[in-house]
Design a protein around this ligand. Sequence first.
Ligand code: IVH
Length: 682
Amino acid sequence: MADVEIRLAELRDQINYHLYRYHTLDDPIISDTEYDQLMNELRELEAAQPELVTPDSPTQRVGAEPLSEFEKVTHPIPLTSLGNAFDDNDMRNWLARVGRILPEGVTTADLEFVVEPKIDGLAIALTYENGLLVRGATRGNGSVGENVTANVRTIKNIPLRIPAKSNDLTPPERIEVRGEVYIPIAEFNKFNKAQTDKGERIYANPRNFAAGSLRQLDSKITAQRPLAFFGYGIGYVEGAEVQTQHQALDYLKALGFPINPDILHTADFNAVLDFIHTWMTRRNQLPYDADGAVIKINSFALQEQLGVVGNAPRWAIAYKFPAQEATTKVLAIKGNVGRTGQITPYAELEPVNIGGVTVSQATLHNYDDLAKKDIREGDTVVVKRAGDVIPQVVKPILDLRPANSQPVQPPERCPVCNEPTSRQGEDVALFCINAACPAQLIRQIEYFVSRSAMDIEGFGIKIGEQLAVEGLLTDIADIYFLQRESLLALEGFAAKKVDNLLTSIEQSKQRPFHRFLTGLGIRYVGSTVAELITTTFPSIDSLSQASEADLEAIEGVGPRIAASIVAWFSRPANQALIEKFRQAGVTLQVIQPAEADSTPQSLAGLTFVITGTLPTWSRTEAKEFIEQYGGKVTGSVSKNTNYVVMGDNPGSKADKAQSLNIPILDEETLKKLASEGKTAVT
Ligand code: IVH
């Protein structure tokens, strides 16, 4: 092999391993910069000699040429569906049925079970030959699915080559790995929110998102969707011995597949039921949308003997969680005016309890959707809550519709300022375009002071509203001109509250420039885009003079974002706003911290989770502190978490930390850990 081929193989292995550390273990061991360097070297070598690009190269995860249709794939072993149980009684009946078919000498008391969450996504079968991913296929009708290999390659926690980690397992000659492609709830909400902000269509639920994203003919679109995968089974394997479901999961894990951490293996059927009950009550805390649990008999030999009836195996069953749905009455349909002036219809409901949460409002997404579903005031409707997703009105129950009801028309005037509304082109969104609309101002303030923007402690929605209504704020820059006396004159503002508020406002003037830019609320410029832009345009002056072409030259900035920024700066009112911020002394450029390079990287290699309210820091500040010292912050506690930083009123993360024996720090000890090292906390 030529030197370059050896180096290429090395780079591919290293990068694939780091992707595995990052996306599957959530435990990276190199910095983003080091990772980028490896990727750049690989790209350059491959560009010079394209004939050396292999299918398992991480450069091949970005999507391929669009297809005109998917090729059909016949599954060597059909992907069956599952029978359903809806309560414990159904489960006991299932066990009794199993008991009647078990071979001589085996009773239900001898059985072992594996219980897994039933994630609501899309089933997929991944074929690997000699370690290389050669095919990904959807379930389709169970016998024939679609070849979605190009799309599957873009899912970052699906290994292109196995084993994905450095161990001495030899890959099996052939294996078909089965599992679920899904979207984490947080990503789903983020995606839909961004779509709503842009006035674009959203997905009704995480399942539709997963299906819609995996079945894109253009895999470059799939590559931009934050899909993830959990393996739950083996269709067949040649070249490895696996005898039980539990061994199968262990084996898949050893090969580097992501396996759900919340799995029970037990011989006690009551423990199976207990486990499911616990989950049911906690389903809203899981980072994914689970619609039930799957219970499987562990032994493959017994599975074989029990066999399949119709389309469902006897050896497994799905315990469906109750639908988080309820029916209630629509009291009124109103419009909510957002920060960008977008008007979103929502239903005011007769309060109803869904899965332990009282719901009295539900979104209707947009006026097109509302018209399509034909939901009217006075209707009795089905309302649904899925995970953390905002409650939605699913459909009206037409039999119960009052005789005199009328379809809802999109408002011709803004529900808040009463100025005419406007609809732009094909866009489904309806807007209030009155820049002086108080609803928009209130939302702008709310956004400007929020954690992802200027992070002004103690400046909540209520205060924003009150100050806008009292006329103390006529634009967001007025925040920096608030007078102590005028605040003291307001209802509910004691001296201490006023002083604290003014101190936080003063401190926020030093926020990094990209946070300020985020806070301006320019359409399509959220925190990620703002950070991108400020690396090329490090000051408000350079940015305000940038042309659309200049902006589009930044990777990640498309024509729509560029046009929106240029349009924003071209408005004299916005120029005046910037001048006000300048006079107030707000930081309007990137400040290179003088000592940036000298901060000791004393937290390097450590992973933290922050929970609860800390005494002096916001969570964003704590995160920035940890990152400055080289540490990493993740959202959920796992065995890869080194420390949990805990404040008042911690959530379930604290319990999880305790059960995993992960040390818990307070804010003070965290500071000590950074400055004095590990001895500070032992
Ligand atoms: S096992 C016979 N395990 O549920 C075994 N399926 O009706 C068949 N699903 O769309 C599948 N999580 O993709 C199994 N842990 C899990 C699962 C699971 C989700 C989905 C599966 C299919 C449906 C089966």
